[in-house]
Design a protein around this ligand. Structure first.
Ligand SMILES: Nc1nc2c(ncn2[C@@H]2O[C@H](COP(=O)(O)OP(=O)(O)OP(=O)(O)O)[C@@H](O)[C@H]2O)c(=O)[nH]1
Ligand SMILES: [Mg+2]
Length: 352
């Protein structure tokens, strides 16, 4: 049965009493097109008309609207908003002014804040209309839409999520291919491929040319390094270049503790306004670049680092805007490099 219709086919609020509280975030956007007559009134990021500063007033109106969403929309739950942030951009074009509004809303609650962020941009856009219509009513409000939503069961992002399993190393310390080690009854790169495929639109192995010929990995979709074998950056940069308009969930093939459960915090909370969302090592305090979700912003950052000769992905993340997440268990990102590591990990995995 649909949860927003009761037994008598009457509409009702969805019952979220039993849902878990989590940190949730949503971002919505609207575009307002104003005719060229407005161009003369732009000053320092705002539009000054008879009724006052248009963008500032729209932000105040939008913020008030966010807080009162449940009063305007019948089946919306009343949520406590923990953050409301507007970003605005005014662009002068031949056709006139384009004002883009973005509204980011956060809560810690049982349901998402997408309606709040949409209500916020919609009312902010209408406020612009109201303040500007005296000068010209030929104003178009367009493209009111949700850009991102995270923290709940479904994540919505601007770009599709692709997966990359890094297998292009030499496994020198292990003395045998780490991608082929078996923890869960199949070669580990195959296991990770299947795991990522549950959340990603497409998944690729990242490997050297013909690296897996004659092995069980031979038929998996592969992105072959287009850079010298200088470490994981070669695989990451190859993927970012091949598909620059996607988010990349990148994992190394020597992480035995990755499961749907241990990846969930990354998958539920990754953001698109940063270079990457990653776990960080709680003790050592550094970001883990080989279990992370990269956005299209990562491409120029990795290109610049590569050009400078900085090949260490930890260093690249340390100097970039990233969202770091505390892993649910500190061992999630333990990587296995030697035969001793392998035996110990096998022991843990088999016992669990
Ligand atoms: N695509 C690609 N992946 C790499 C490359 N170098 C390392 N990796 C992968 O990056 C991850 C972490 O690398 P390391 O732990 O250094 O693994 P490794 O280089 O195979 O192991 P060692 O030879 O013992 O250093 C592993 O999943 C590797 O397969 C590379 O040049 N290209
Ligand atoms: Mg390693």
């Amino acid at each position: 049965m649909l949860s927003h219709i009761n037994e008598n086919q009457q509409p009702q609020m969805v019952d979220i009493s039993e849902k878990a509280v989590s940190d949730r975030r949503a971002v919505a956007e609207a575009l307002i097109e104003l005719p060229p007559v407005f161009q003369a009134y732009v000053q320092g990021g705002d539009l000054f008309l008879k009724k006052g500063p248009v963008v500032q007033t729209a932000i105040i109106a939008g913020t008030m609207a966010v807080k009162r969403t449940a009063e305007a929309i019948p089946f919306c739950h009343a949520l406590s908003i923990t953050s409301c942030h507007f970003e605005t951009d005014i662009e002068s074009r031949e056709s006139g002014l384009h004002i883009r509004l973005r509204c980011e809303v956060k809560t810690r609650d049982r349901t998402g804040v997408e309606m709040e962020s949409l209500h916020g941009v919609a009312i902010a856009a209408l406020t612009i209309y109201d303040m500007a219509k005296a000068l010209s009513p030929h104003i178009v409000i367009r493209d009111v839409r949700l850009l991102a939503k995270s923290g709940g069961k479904k994540t919505l992002s601007q770009y599709p999520l692709y997966g990359l399993v890094l297998t292009g190393g030499q496994s020198q310390r292990m003395g045998q291919a780490k991608a082929l080690l078996d923890y869960y009854g199949e070669p580990h790169a195959q296991y990770l491929y299947n795991l990522l495929a549950q959340s990603c639109e497409q998944v690729f192995l990242s490997a050297q040319p013909n690296q897996w010929q004659g092995t069980p990995l031979a038929d998996l979709p592969t992105l072959t390094d287009t850079l010298p074998q200088i470490g994981p950056i070669a695989g990451i940069l190859t993927a970012l270049r091949a598909y620059p308009q996607v988010n990349w969930l990148v994992v190394a093939c020597d992480l035995p503790y990755l499961t749907l459960e241990t990846l969930a915090p990354l998958l539920h909370h990754y953001r698109e306004d940063v270079v990457a969302t990653c776990y960080h090592h709680p003790q050592e305090g550094f970001p883990e670049p080989l279990c992370a979700i990269y956005t299209p912003q990562a491409l120029p950052v990795f290109e610049a680092a590569y050009a400078e000769g900085i090949y260490c992905p930890v260093k690249i993340l340390q100097r970039s805007p990233c969202q770091r997440i505390t892993p649910p268990q500190p061992t999630i990102t333990a990587n296995i490099n030697t035969p001793e590591d392998y035996l110990e990990a096998l022991h843990h995995v088999r016992r669990a």
